[in-house]
Design a protein around this ligand. Structure first.
Ligand SMILES: Cc1ncc(COP(=O)(O)O)c(C=O)c1O
Length: 476
């Protein structure tokens, strides 16, 4: 687009924007089992109104907008209370899980720089199931990721394997509560003991599940301790824009004490401009997400969250049982909450996801690794629970359809990818292959099974390069 010579009317603009959504997933139908956490109409309206009422206020400077300081400290104290931190614990609101994680890693790096200048190449020990945001943090902050494999039955890391990966360069241990991929909780207490023994920082990534798990505990469900009650845990990330049902753009990162948190804060007086003091990544930032989060925490209250968590858990268990009862499908591990994934030895799960998507469902494919099979992921949330039976019915039917359709020839695809990689110009050969799979230029693919097969057949490093190139072309 070009900026129009004369501005359009409000009506034209809003209609056009609405029309842009025509190809988006219809999350309002409750058929999208990830990405959106819908609290229902009333809470969503309160959040939206609160968000908009702080849209223009700028979180850059608390002395100009003390309201935002109040909102942020209120939200952080509420989260610390939920995670059973004491009055020494402190934290910040960030724009999302990725920012919270990047800040926790930066804090560890800068603390190590101050206290261990002898460490030239800092390392972070993390399970294979840790979120990709840690790899992004490694990439941005020049930390070496030391990845520890997981138990292929439980999908949890073994604490002793984490210990074995520690070197004199280690600055941080990481674990998840729970991991996104299979929804299981790493052995936080055991890793906490190791962190204490070795005098290391230990970050628990509770981005996706910290809030839901805490309310499960309050409801009396069996939840292993993963929060500030665990000795050795030094920081925790927890998102409000997932199972907190807040509007997007809201997470928290918390530290056991100010002594650690101080390494997160950045100040700069070296320029001709205004003095900059930023506790988080952004400088200018809207107050909307903080106000939205403050609003939903207060609107739902403990009772509201407990009701949602109970309903969502009951739906999730029904779904897990229902999926396990479908011949050929099997839920992986023992999910700790309402997120899980399932595999199939009888059919190609990527074909199953495509078949379901023809019926309007979105279920996320996850690639295999040497220790985990390819699988489909489901996150159950308040906006989807009414669809449990409908999902199971369509899954049962689609399983039969896929069983009877021609299977994708994975071996032939692997051979094609192998040949492309051996060709004199592997880049060109692979681009051709990707284009034939529907993954090229500025068009978005409609079916993923073949594409996923091709991507999965590639070594990780090449797959990453390919995906970077793809996005480089997709966004003009
Ligand atoms: C466990 C975990 N950590 C971190 C993240 C990253 O969060 P965000 O997408 O808000 O940056 C996610 C996202 O799903 C997650 O599940």
């Amino acid at each position: 687009m070009r900026i129009p010579q004369q501005g359009l009317s409000k009506e034209q603009i809003l209609n056009t924007l609405q029309a842009f959504k025509s190809r988006d997933l219809d999350w309002k139908s409750g058929k999208v089992w990830c990405y959106v956490y819908d609290p229902g109409q009333d809470p969503a309206e309160v959040t939206r109104a609160a968000y908009l009422s702080f849209l223009s206020e700028n979180g850059l400077d608390p002395s100009v907008f003390p309201s935002l300081l109040k909102l942020e400290t209120d939200v952080v104290r509420a989260v610390i209370d939920l995670l059973r931190g004491d009055s020494n614990a402190v934290g910040h609101v960030t724009t999302g899980g990725t920012e919270s994680i990047m800040l926790a890693v930066k804090t560890a790096r800068d603390k190590a720089r101050a206290e261990h200048p002898e460490i030239v190449q800092p390392e972070m020990v993390l399970p294979r199931t840790a979120h990709a945001a840690f790899h992004k943090a490694s990439h941005y902050l020049s930390i070496k990721p030391v990845v520890v494999d997981i138990d292929p039955q439980t999908f949890k890391v073994r604490a002793e394997d984490m210990r074995a990966a520690i070197t004199p360069n280690t600055i941080l241990l990481v674990a998840s509560a729970p991991s996104y991929s299979q929804g299981v909780i790493d052995p936080i207490a055991e890793i906490g003991r190791i962190a204490q023994e070795q005098n290391l920082l230990f970050h628990v990534d509770a981005c996706v599940g910290g809030l839901h798990l805490s309310f499960m505990r309050k409801l009396g469900y069996d939840v292993p301790d993963f929060d500030f009650t665990v000795p050795g845990v030094t920081s925790i990330s927890m998102d409000l824009h997932k199972y907190g049902y807040a509007a997007k753009g809201c997470s928290t990162v918390m530290y056991r004490s100010r002594d650690i948190r101080r390494y997160q804060i950045f100040a700069c007086t070296e320029t001709t401009g205004y003095t900059l003091i930023n506790p988080t990544m952004l400088s200018s930032k809207t107050g909307g997400p903080m106000a939205g989060a403050w609003a939903i925490l207060n609107f739902l209250g403990e009772d509201g969250y407990k009701r949602i968590v109970k309903e969502v858990q009951e739906a999730a268990w029904k779904l897990i049982d229902g999926i396990n009862a479908i011949e050929g499908l099997q839920v992986l591990g023992e999910p700790a909450m309402c997120m899980f994934s399932f595999k199939s030895e009888a059919l190609n799960v990527y074909q199953l996801a495509d078949e379901m998507s023809r019926r309007g469902w979105y279920i996320q494919g996850q690639f295999s690794t040497p220790l985990t099979p390819r699988n489909l992921h489901i996150s159950v949330s308040q906006g989807t629970i009414h669809n449990v039976e409908a999902l199971l019915k369509d899954l049962r039917e689609c399983v039969e359809i896929v069983k009877q359709s021609t299977p994708i020839d994975s071996q032939a695809i692997r051979a094609m990818v192998g040949a492309a990689l051996q060709s004199p110009d592997p880049g060109a050969a692979f681009s051709q292959l990707a284009a034939s799979a529907g993954l090229a230029g500025t068009e978005l693919p409609t079916e993923m099974a073949f594409i996923n097969e091709v991507l999965e057949a590639l070594p990780d490093e090449l797959c990453n390069v390919f995906l970077v190139n793809y996005f480089n072309d997709l966004y003009v």
